[in-house]
Design a protein around this ligand. Structure first.
Ligand code: DNO
Length: 370
């Protein structure tokens, strides 16, 4: 398991690279050129600048999250070919800089969605929260206004430029079905995966967050069956997933441990975090600890360990602790704590494997005589 940390760039993050490199075992940053409009080519010079910046702190830039997909590609409009050509050029520039994984998603209009960015937890910290009934009764415009006014920092996937066209976007998706989305993702994959292969890059789609349809918009990367169908659309190692335990875990029917075992060789990148799902379907993000939420993080790490996982891992959203002022979900403290929890689980599994307990006479192998 190779630990990486999401970082939003100079003058765009409250966290410094000096801080990032002091978190044990973090070898690289997960990055993007957040200032570029979706659909534009990422210029070679900008990519190389990021590489040099990482090198100054001995951090690699092998994982990008995300090269976002222009809505015209998701909608299957004739203009998609221009954006796909741009995407291919971006892949080439990233490959030249040593990038190995590109995380992306295929969710119409919205990326991840929450109703509250600072919902209190019993311990006095706060975190991201999703309230079902509020979404059901809410106008999407109102939600966008609320989310944007809640933070001075832009949220990943909530680019103001794109969301300023919300009315047109909703019109464009009128009558648009899941099968339309499947068809358009197939078109995208047929074009993109060969280019990724040629550039030594693995494409890793992120599951939909939350993993169900919202505001009548279709969402397809949301369950084990759908991920199986998705991976079956193109037979290549360059076609994979970013297995996000928090996104899929918002639906308790999703068996993430089973997904890890089934899809192991197609998971180049994983996001590990916990959520606490209530009986009414609301969910709140918690610490990474298994006991604090609904997702079995210890079981997940064990499944990765059993599979001999050598891909990249990042802790995902953290709570907001100790008065930290940060981009919602992306503070330093709770994500650093999360990393130490993940390493603690991983290292103890590894220790057990490296130091098997000798079988004592009359005892089962592996049980200590104490
Ligand atoms: C939110 C993130 C998402 C994720 C994209 C991947 O915090 O998990 O924005 O980066 O969905 O494309």
């Amino acid at each position: 398991m190779r630990m990486v940390f999401r970082w939003f760039g100079e003058n765009n993050d409250t966290i410094t690279l000096d801080q990032v490199r002091q978190i044990p075992g973090v070898e690289g940053i997960v990055w993007a050129l957040h200032d570029l409009p979706v659909g534009e080519v990422w210029p070679r010079e900008r990519v190389q600048e990021m590489k040099q910046l990482g090198e100054r702190y001995s951090l690699h830039i092998e994982v990008v999250e995300s090269v976002n997909i222009h809505e015209d590609i998701k909608l299957g409009l004739p203009s998609r070919d221009r954006y796909i050509a741009n995407y291919k050029q971006t892949i080439e520039h990233l490959g030249e800089a040593g990038v190995k994984v590109i995380c992306y998603n295929f969710m119409p209009i919205f990326d991840w969605l929450r109703t509250d960015l600072h919902h209190p937890l019993p311990d006095g910290s706060n975190s991201l929260f999703y309230e079902n009934s509020r979404i059901e009764n809410m106008d999407p415009f109102e939600l966008v206004m609320q989310i944007q006014s809640n933070s001075a920092l832009t949220m990943p996937g909530w680019e103001p430029e794109r969301l300023s066209h919300l009315t047109e976007l909703f019109e464009a998706y009128q009558g648009f079905t899941e099968e339309d989305l499947w068809r358009n993702v197939q078109y995208f994959l047929d074009e993109i995966i060969p280019v990724a292969e040629a550039n030594g890059i693995q494409m890793a789609i992120h599951p939909d967050d939350p993993p169900w349809s919202i505001f009548g918009l279709p969402r397809i990367i949301r369950s084990q069956d759908n991920i199986r169908r998705f991976l079956g659309m193109y037979d290549s190692k360059a076609h994979g997933i970013t297995l996000c335990s928090g996104s899929l875990g918002a639906n308790p029917d999703n068996d993430i441990i089973s997904m890890i075992h089934e899809f192991a060789d197609r998971i180049p990148f994983t996001h590990i975090r916990n959520v606490k799902v209530e009986d009414n379907g609301d969910f709140q993000e918690t610490s990474h600890r298994t006991i604090d939420g609904t997702v079995d993080i210890a079981g997940i790490v064990q499944a990765y360990h059993e599979e001999g996982f050598t891909g990249y891992c990042r802790p995902d959203h953290g709570r907001h602790l100790w008065g930290e002022q940060c981009r919602p979900g992306y503070g330093l403290y709770d994500r650093a704590l999360g990393i130490m929890y993940l390493w603690g689980l991983w290292d103890s599994l590894q220790y057990r494997r490296d130091h098997p307990v000798a079988a004592a006479p009359g005892r089962k192998e592996g049980i200590r005589d104490e």
